[in-house]
Design a protein. Sequence first.
Length: 152
Amino acid sequence: MKEQEVRDCRYPLIRKAGKRARRSSEQCCNEHRGSTRGSPSSSSESLSSFGLNDALAAIQQQSGLASAMIFRLCVYHGTFRALLLEVEDLKSRHKAREKELSLDVSQLSCELEQTQADRVGFYYGFNMLVEIAKEKFLGVDLSNLKTEDYTV
């Protein structure tokens, strides 16, 4: 705890940028949880929403880090944001596909139930029985069979 206080006294801009970044990340988390705040629309706004620009400027100013290190950090942040957006897109597509498949399954289930219900009272028609008999008894002439002869 003591070391952090000493560090904070030495680097006030970094401390201030760190606090701002924590506050911004909490706001961002709240936005993703369903808060009514708007989300950043451009990549520069998304960088500043995490306080990254301020933190980078403070680090560069007070610690003398090379700009290549800062650039790498920005690239990693950009890659992270792109991956996050891709994951959100995949998640929404997955939910849509899951809903579509659920509807297909319920429709097939209804059709199966209907088919099984129809099959309980299913009877072959006379013409269908004649066709089946013609296939089974190839040498027998069944052309003179009439429905009227077999009605009950």
